[in-house]
Design a protein around this ligand. Structure first.
Ligand SMILES: [Zn+2]
Ligand SMILES: [Zn+2]
Length: 133
């Protein structure tokens, strides 16, 4: 049998402990919230930097492409109702350059065909490279 004194002590002990635990949890939450905030902030910042630098890198690596695209965009508007020159079914929304040295020689194509053209080009150049080796 616990004495009344002991019971009171245990009660007090649990109460204190509970307070300590909840205080600990509160601190932890505060700290963690702060950490998560910092983490997200850093993530956003890193990602923005990455996106910007990858765009810059792309522009630096493909100056002809960018120039050709810009020139075609300014000088060769895609007429509304124009159909894709490849499939003749869907609306033309993109300009495809066979050769970026001839910026005004473009094919008006739909997104799907444009993707396919580039996929085919990639596959072909891959094959050529393999044949050369
Ligand atoms: Zn098409
Ligand atoms: Zn293209």
């Amino acid at each position: 049998m616990l004495s009344e004194k002991r019971k009171a002590y245990m009660k007090e002990y649990r109460k204190k402990n509970r307070e300590q635990i909840s205080k600990y949890q509160r601190d932890w939450n505060d700290k963690n919230n702060e950490k998560m905030k910092l983490y997200h902030r850093k993530y956003r910042k890193d990602n923005r930097d990455k996106t910007i630098s990858s765009v810059r890198k792309y522009q630096k690596d493909n100056p002809d492409k960018i120039k050709a695209q810009r020139k075609a965009h300014n000088l060769l508007p895609i007429l509304s109702g124009k159909l894709c020159e490849r499939c003749n079914k869907r609306k033309a929304v993109d300009r495809h350059h066979e050769d970026y040295n001839n910026p005004l020689e473009v094919m008006f194509v739909c997104v799907k065909c444009h993707k396919e053209i580039h996929l085919e080009k990639r596959l072909n150049s891959g094959r050529e490279q393999k044949e050369k080796q």
